[in-house]
Unconditional design. Structure first.
Length: 586
């Protein structure tokens, strides 16, 4: 398989959302063009240091890759030194922030690229360094950061036998795709620079231009020949799909499409029977409703093998607000998943039972939460199946500014804001008193008004807050104090029974939400500061018999019973210390 002509099945008439506008963003960035202009001298120094002379010092003659169509005569070439990773970082960092955000171009730090490749090898069952036996593809490779550690290891093992043959065979084992032609050329040069020492060991008469491993194109296009591994740090963001695209990805879509989810789905299509998907992505796919079908597809076609959470992105992913992770999935099945945090020099690594298909995946962010997650995964019920439904408060206040008042009128109802449920007790926060009432109009009485007891939960919390789950019980007595009916704004979730006799009573549920145990469960379910109605409905619960027993307990005994219920059996989880990379290692 050659990277210059990586076999793809083009979808005729299809406008890929990943391709978008194919014009290189470097046309609007003098700094980025200056980096590209400086590559010529950087290459010459690398080639000379490898012991090469003559035409091999000219990057345009030495590498079988077409340079981008850019005018570099009007810029001063950047003085580039250091490793291939440092040159790649210089290029991506030189792009305007607006272009990086628009095209999803995020530099992958060397430490993360190395760690993702290590995870990929573990998922493939490698015990020691060895040459590749199948192709490793990065479908959104940018300047090639994720392919560099792959190439180094392959060359280190393969070139010991026959250097010339190792270089010639590279396109069969390493390939990349990107829709930025400037990044494609740069990636080919940076990868080729790693081949220089091997080229220097090749007989002069047998030397050929170094192969281009990366091509310009659509990373979502389906490959005809399956690959052994897909490694990627794909672009992020919602996209509009045409009917052809939506039909292709129907098995992994639910509602809105996010680019990184499409790349993960396309990667599943690309893997061979022993394939591995390794991705650096936001953690939203672990829990959100929009990723429910993607989780099902991942569980159906692979097993999640390892996940490492990266809470501190260290400025590497501009515009990405969510928690981020490195995750590997393998065609070969495994019953347990290894979980770690990679921000600390020493991190606890836990193994827990694999999560269930489309349900949100409960994965501990800390080792001491592993027993909680393992116990929760095994539970038979969810809040929804126990008879509760959760919805978001209907009032979007900035759409009704003119209808908000400080005083009550005959046609108004009081508003409960998120600030009113701090501390687990519903109260009137003085900061909201100037917008305390909503003047009702039209169908507001049916749509906006809540006149039955319910449990209210904040939708958004601050990262530094002690609790992620902040709830308060709007009992019949409290509701009466507020006038018998209220309007709930949309930064609050509302939990109400689906039936007259839910398996879990309102009082028990209110106390459950107040426990540290269930707060830990929620943190295993989602790393986001947002608490969605879907995730709340998905909270795992014990069987109906246990829930009925809870209803007979006082608060102290109920707290102990809840803690005992979310405690895993020893065989379902274990944890041990392990040295995990620190971002300071970059």
């Amino acid at each position: 398989m050659t990277s210059a002509s990586l076999p793809v099945r083009e979808a005729r008439g299809q406008r890929s959302p990943a391709a978008g506008e194919t014009a290189s963003p470097t046309r609007s960035s003098t700094a980025a063009v200056a980096v590209l202009a400086g590559v010529k001298d950087w290459w010459a120094h690398r080639a000379e240091a490898a012991g090469l002379t003559g035409g091999w010092l000219d990057v345009h003659r030495a590498v079988a890759a077409d340079p981008p169509d850019l005018d570099i005569s009007s810029v001063t070439a950047a003085a580039l030194t250091g490793t291939a990773e440092e040159v790649g970082r210089a290029y991506v960092s030189a792009l305007p922030d607006s272009e990086r955000s628009k095209h999803g171009r995020h530099y992958t730090p060397e430490a993360l690229a190395t760690e993702l490749w290590s995870m990929t090898k573990r998922a493939m069952g490698w015990k020691r360094p060895q040459p590749l036996t199948g192709c490793v593809l990065d479908p959104a490779c940018g300047a090639g950061a994720l392919l560099l550690p792959v190439l180094r290891e392959h060359l280190g093992a393969a070139a010991r036998v026959d250097a010339q043959l190792a270089l010639k065979g590279l396109p069969n084992f390493i390939a990349g795709v990107d829709n930025d032609p400037a990044a494609v050329w740069l990636a080919n040069v940076l990868l080729a620079a790693e081949m220089l020492p091997v080229l220097a060991r090749t007989e002069r008469a047998r030397r050929n231009p170094l192969p281009a491993l990366v091509r310009h194109g659509d990373g979502l296009a389906a490959v005809n020949q399956p690959v052994r591994a897909v490694v990627m740090n794909p672009p992020y963001g919602r996209v509009q799909l045409n009917p052809h695209e939506r039909a292709r990805f129907a098995g992994s879509l639910y509602g809105h499409a996010n680019l990184y989810g499409l790349f993960m789905a396309a990667a599943l299509e690309s893997l061979d029977s022993k394939g591995v998907l390794a991705a650096l992505v936001p953690t939203s796919f672990l829990a959100g409703r929009y990723f429910e079908n993607l989780r099902s597809a991942l569980s159906r076609e692979t097993a999640i093998r390892e996940i490492e959470f990266l809470a501190d992105r260290n400025g590497s992913f501009s515009g990405v607000l969510q928690e981020t992770c490195l995750a590997t999935f393998a065609r070969t099945k495994a019953r347990k998943v290894t979980v770690a945090n990679i921000n600390d020099q020493i991190s606890e690594v836990a193994k827990i039972v694999a999560p269930r298909k489309g349900r949100p995946w409960l994965l501990p962010r800390r080792a001491d939460d592993a027993p909680v997650a393992a116990a929760a995964i095994a539970m038979p019920l969810t809040l929804a199946s126990a008879g509760w439904r959760v919805s978001t408060g209907p009032l979007v206040w900035n759409r009704r500014k003119k209808d908000l008042t400080a005083g009550r009128t005959n046609s108004s109802a009081p508003i409960i804001w998120a600030a009113d449920i701090d501390g687990g007790v519903i109260h009137r926060d003085p900061a909201r008193d100037s917008h305390r009432f909503l003047t009702l109009k039209g169908s507001d009485e049916q749509v906006m008004v809540l006149s039955q007891p319910a449990i209210l939960i904040q939708r958004t919390t601050a990262p530094e807050q002690h609790r992620r789950l902040v709830a308060a019980y709007l009992s019949a007595e409290v509701l009466q104090d507020w006038g018998g009916r209220v309007v709930v704004e949309n930064h609050v979730n509302v939990a109400r029974p689906r039936t007259s006799k839910p398996a879990l009573s309102a009082e028990s549920l209110s106390h459950l939400f107040a426990t540290d145990t269930i707060d830990r469960v929620l943190r295993c379910l989602s790393g986001s500061v947002a608490v969605s109605a879907y995730e709340l409905e998905s909270l795992p619960l014990p069987d109906a018999e246990e829930l009925e027993r809870w209803a007979q307990l006082n608060r102290e005994r109920l707290t102990r019973a809840i803690s005992d219920a979310y405690r895993a059996k020893p065989e379902n989880v274990w944890a041990r210390p392990r040295t995990v990379l620190s971002m300071s290692d970059e």
